[in-house]
Design a protein around this ligand. Structure first.
Ligand code: KG4
Ligand code: ZN
Length: 428
């Protein structure tokens, strides 16, 4: 529940991590089922926590895409019914625009309270270049947005236009998203799902320079020959027309980690670690989440693993004790390389497009090293960088409500025939 796009009254997330963790990734059928199971109680909890009723609402916001069709449809169908029953306008929001507005929401909240968001500690949710001129008043400055999550690694130029925002895609991954690489590498190393929080927690105990992973510059000819490459996420985005300096590729580093593991005989160690951390019982390998943002998970999806008596590690210490130094070094090197590549291309894009303000968002933006390094580099270059609160970095509904507000003001109401678009692209 968000007031006028600028104040979070409640943020309720039904975590499906426990459901999907045992399969090491999201299972689409289970995702729709869990959405269906939880949507009514989540909406009720969000209203109750905000101390409002349906009669107090100005509009209903819903994610139209991109995402899993079944899960999107559950939200759209429910939102339509609610909007129709209450005579409220329905606002369709792009999931990626939501992630961008998670940062803007934070900015507006800080502005609203008169509290300066500009602090120098990168471990807090805000960390910006120190000189202190607020970029917040009014929202007229274009910004470069990096959306880095399990499904996307996309760069957008975001421009305020008549109170609303327009977006231009200027870079993206040509294959895996950065979060996907985190998840795959974590799985390969016998760690939990989703992998990001595990790698985040363990990387700080390793030497980031131990394994020199590198990213090759993506060649223009690879993408200009023939049709534009398609990826799972936004398959309509024209990769071939983008500047290759701002294209990402994370499938190579995943393979490089795999090769390193094979070459250094680390496979059996990883399998032993997985067996210790996630004992297999009743035919289900169990991958519980590392408790990373407990405040985010207010409602736990019904967890079927409760029937099975697992020995579940609750903290990173359990995994840390099971990781020899070379493994920690590998983890640290992987993370260092991924963040280095994200930074290199994002700052190059900011320079090329004259953006002085960066919005870094999406699940991977919860990463501590990422926040520290982006903040340091922005400070060196005299740029501003904003992140969402850690809790609003990963998927949530507050960011969708925040993004809907300018659309509502602009009269951008969804048509009654609104339907899910799993590959909905943002901007042009
Ligand atoms: O935005 P999100 O919740 O869902 C998508 O829209 O994809 O992002 C989930 C992704 C996962 O790949 C997860 O491993 C990654 O974000 N992630 C992290 C961290 N927390 C979540 N990656 C690195 N460090 C983290 N602390
Ligand atoms: Zn997301």
């Amino acid at each position: 529940m968000v007031e006028r796009g600028a104040r979070t009254l409640s943020s309720v997330v039904a975590s499906q991590i426990a459901t999907h963790a045992r399969y090491g990734g999201v299972v689409p059928e289970l995702a729709s089922r869990e959405h269906l199971r939880n949507i009514v109680s989540v909406v009720r909890a969000a209203l109750a926590e905000a101390s409002v009723t349906l009669a107090d609402l100005d509009a209903i916001a819903v994610t139209a895409g991109p995402g899993l069709a079944g899960a999107l449809l559950v939200g759209i169908t429910y939102a339509k019914a609610l909007a129709f029953a209450r005579g409220l306008p329905l606002i369709a929001v792009n999931h990626l625009e939501g992630h961008i507005h998670a940062v803007l929401l934070r900015e507006r909240e800080q502005k609203g309270t008169g509290f300066s968001p500009y602090v120098t500690d990168p471990n807090t949710e805000w960390a910006l270049a120190p000189e202190g001129d607020s970029p917040l008043t009014p929202e007229t400055e274009p910004a470069l947005a990096l959306v880095v999550s399990g499904g996307h690694t996309h760069l957008y130029l975001a421009q305020p236009l008549a109170g609303s925002w327009t977006y231009t895609l200027i870079g993206r991954t040509v294959d895996d998203a950065a979060g996907e690489a985190y998840d795959k590498v974590a799985k390969l190393l016998g760690l939990g799902y989703p992998g990001g929080p595990w790698i985040d927690a363990l990387a700080r105990f390793g030497d980031p320079h131990a394994v020199p992973f590198s990213f090759a510059q993506i060649k223009r000819k690879v993408h200009l020959n023939g049709r534009p490459a398609r990826t799972k996420a936004a398959k309509t985005a024209p990769i071939a027309e983008l500047d290759p300096r701002f294209l990402f590729s994370f499938s190579g580093i995943k393979t490089a980690v795999l090769r390193y593991v094979e070459l250094h005989g680390m496979r059996s160690e990883a399998e032993a670690r997985a067996a210790r951390l996630f004992p297999v019982q009743a035919g289900h390998p169990q991958h519980p989440p590392l408790s990373c943002h407990p405040e985010r998970v207010r409602i736990e999806a019904k967890d079927e693993s409760k029937d099975l008596r697992f020995e579940i590690p609750k903290t990173r210490e359990d995994a840390l004790a099971l990781c020899p130094q070379p493994t920690l070094d590998l983890i640290a090197s992987f993370q260092h390389a991924v963040i280095g590549d994200l930074m290199k291309k994002t700052f190059a894009a900011a320079e090329a497009h004259g953006a002085t303000r960066l919005l870094v968002t999406g699940g991977v933006a919860a990463n501590r090293e990422l926040r520290e390094r982006f903040t340091g580099e922005a400070s060196r270059r005299g740029l501003f960088v904003g992140f969402p609160t850690p809790a609003l970095s990963t998927d949530n509904a507050a960011m969708i409500a925040a993004a809907a507000w300018p659309r509502l003001l602009a009269g951008d109401i969804a048509p009654p025939e609104l339907t899910a678009d799993p590959s909905l692209a943002l901007g042009v």
